[in-house]
Write a new protein. Structure first.
Length: 19
């Protein structure tokens, strides 16, 4: 599903930004 992919990508970006 695209929605799930978007959520996963968003979480990954947030974690990377936190770093």
């Amino acid at each position: 599903s695209v929605e799930i992919h978007e959520k996963v990508i968003g979480a990954f970006i947030e974690k990377h930004m936190f770093y």
